[in-house]
Ligand binder design. Structure first.
Ligand code: ATP
Ligand code: MG
Length: 503
């Protein structure tokens, strides 16, 4: 039995939530020692299937056979014991405790007299962190880590269980290039040890780099499976969206007249230096660079989250001082942040409240009360425009799939109808079909005379959507390039790594 080629079989799995049929007759087969990727549209059911598998939620019906045995009615602790561990899409570290306690939470090593053996915990943690090449002290508090480091700790933790099957739900979403490569090294090692990995990602390049097999999900069920070596990116996209996609980047030609936002010699003693650029009406200005280049910090400064030490911001030709986001919004600037968990969503509140929060001022009745009907209508319009998948606007945002949460935030900032819309990694965690919709929307906004600043680490989207591209390296602008046929990923990388000597 145990020498079955398949480590995991999920047969005809159904899962319903009140008002939502999240999984419909799903079948998934994972071989021993393979990396099996899951991909597909936001809300298709990938995370839900994995939460059922790890025992967070029971399946409504269907069968799960793991390592030759049918398993049912189990919780997460049982799953871990059976050899299944998981890296979750939304991290939830115990922030004010050290890394080592986060890793061994609930299974602390005990010494004599039944007390926690902190020394062993420390040494074991060092070992685990070393395995993943993360160079931090296990006593460091989680709050003091970057999001990428937290994600690496989460990976270390999942690996430390010695599981036969490790589920990784968008593990790379906030990793830098270097850490992403570290993750792939770990995955290859785990695979060589005969373990299986389920790898969920919207980044198709990753699937082609690391996976053996891919199962595609659409609308609550698996719609296709393929050996990665036998298919092309185009074929995979066609499987995902149900049709070939010919124009991923629908760019509309616009008149670019009048500078709306101008930034001159902006500096911050720590993050960036002498940053100057301008953006015109109807323009999409891309910001490329490696993670840590200072792009987000510049945008946070423009939005009033962070002070600058030198320099000046101008709006419509006038110098302005922006002390907080409220002032920025009133001046017509909106900002979609890259870190939705930290600075974006209010998990317990409904979708419409999450969209409307900065917008209530615009929907007041004569008596100064919020006109809820108008708010509802406006929200519904955006939910429809960017196809947020939910049975109701009153649903708590935390019940939405990761990508749909990102879309809610986008709706929030679109509803402020800003002159300047700053988008920081706008398509992170968003499926290919919805990405194309967001690009379409960006094009339309630009055509209406808005200006858009897009910070992105995805070079194809920077090249596909920008009129001009600002490249930053270690806090400084290394190039402002007119987009055109000569602008390739290689060219941008040269500016981004500061090795553009021949220019
Ligand atoms: N606790 C819940 N209550 C109600 N609905 C839920 C709950 N959890 C998930 N859903 C719904 O189940 C569906 C599948 O969501 P799931 O998170 O599995 O999608 P996903 O494929 O992981 O998407 P993404 O790529 O955006 O992460 C969605 O419609 C979601 O809103
Ligand atoms: Mg998910």
């Amino acid at each position: 039995m145990a020498n079955d080629e398949y480590l995991l079989r999920m047969v005809d799995v159904e899962k319903t939530f009140p008002g939502v049929r999240a999984l419909k007759g799903v079948n998934l087969n994972v071989k021993r020692g393979e990396v099996h990727a899951l991909c597909g549209e936001n809300g298709a059911g990938k995370s839900t299937l994995m939460k059922c598998l790890i025992g967070i939620q029971p399946v409504t019906s269907g069968q799960i056979i793991f390592d030759g045995k049918p398993i049912s009615k189990y919780n997460t602790a049982d799953a871990l014991n059976m050899g299944i561990s998981m890296i979750h899409q939304e991290l939830s570290p115990v922030e004010y405790r050290p890394i080592m306690e986060n890793i061994w939470l609930g299974r602390e090593p005990v010494g004599k007299f039944g007390l926690v053996d902190h020394k062993k915990m420390y040494e074991d943690s060092k070992q685990v962190l070393k395995q993943i090449d993360l160079d931090v002290d296990p006593k460091t508090l989680m709050v003091n880590l970057t999001v990428a480091q937290m994600q690496m700790v989460e990976i270390a933790k999942a690996v430390s269980y010695n599981a036969k099957l490790i589920i990784m739900d968008e593990p790379s979403s906030s990793l830098t290039e270097r850490e992403e490569q570290q993750l792939f090294t770990i995955i290859r090692r785990l695979k060589a040890e005969g373990r299986s990995i389920i790898y969920i990602s919207h980044r198709l390049e990753e699937i082609f780099e690391v996976a053996d097999t891919v199962t595609v999900f659409r609308d609550g069920t698996n719609v296709g499976e393929a050996a990665v070596k036998d298919i092309t990116t185009e074929q995979l996209i066609a499987m995902m969206v149900g049709r070939p996609m010919d124009d991923m980047f629908p760019k509309i030609d616009t008149d670019k007249e009048g500078i709306v936002l101008k930034v001159e010699h902006l500096s911050h003693h720590k993050y960036f230096k002498n940053v100057s650029f301008e953006v015109r009406k109807g323009e999409i200005l891309g910001f490329a660079g490696l993670v840590g280049a200072g792009r987000t910090e510049v945008m946070e400064t423009i939005f009033g989250i962070r002070p600058h030490t030198e320099g000046q911001i101008y709006l419509h030709g006038k110098p302005v001082e922006i002390h907080n986001p409220g002032e920025a919004i009133n001046m017509g600037i909106s900002f979609l942040t890259e870190d939705r968990r930290g600075t974006g969503i209010f998990p317990l509140l409904s979708i419409d409240t999450n969209i409307a929060i900065p917008n209530y001022d615009k929907y007041l009745t004569k008596l100064g009360l919020v006109d809820q009907k108008a708010v509802d209508e406006a929200c519904a319009k955006y939910v429809e425009a960017i196809e947020i998948k939910t049975p109701s606007l009153k649903q708590k945002i935390m019940n939405l799939s990761g990508g749909n949460q990102q879309k809610v935030l986008l709706a929030r900032w679109l509803m402020t109808e800003p002159d300047v819309l700053i988008l920081d990694e706008p398509t992170r965690g968003i499926d290919v079909g919805a990405k194309a919709e967001i690009y379409q929307l960006m094009s339309e906004l630009a055509a209406q005379g808005k200006c858009i600043i897009m910070v992105s680490s995805e070079l194809p989207e920077v090249i596909g959507m920008s009129d001009r591209i600002v490249v930053m390296h270690e806090g400084k602008i290394t190039g402002i390039l007119d987009n055109g046929p000569d602008i390739t990923q290689e060219v941008l990388m040269r500016y981004a790594t500061g090795t553009d000597d021949d220019f």
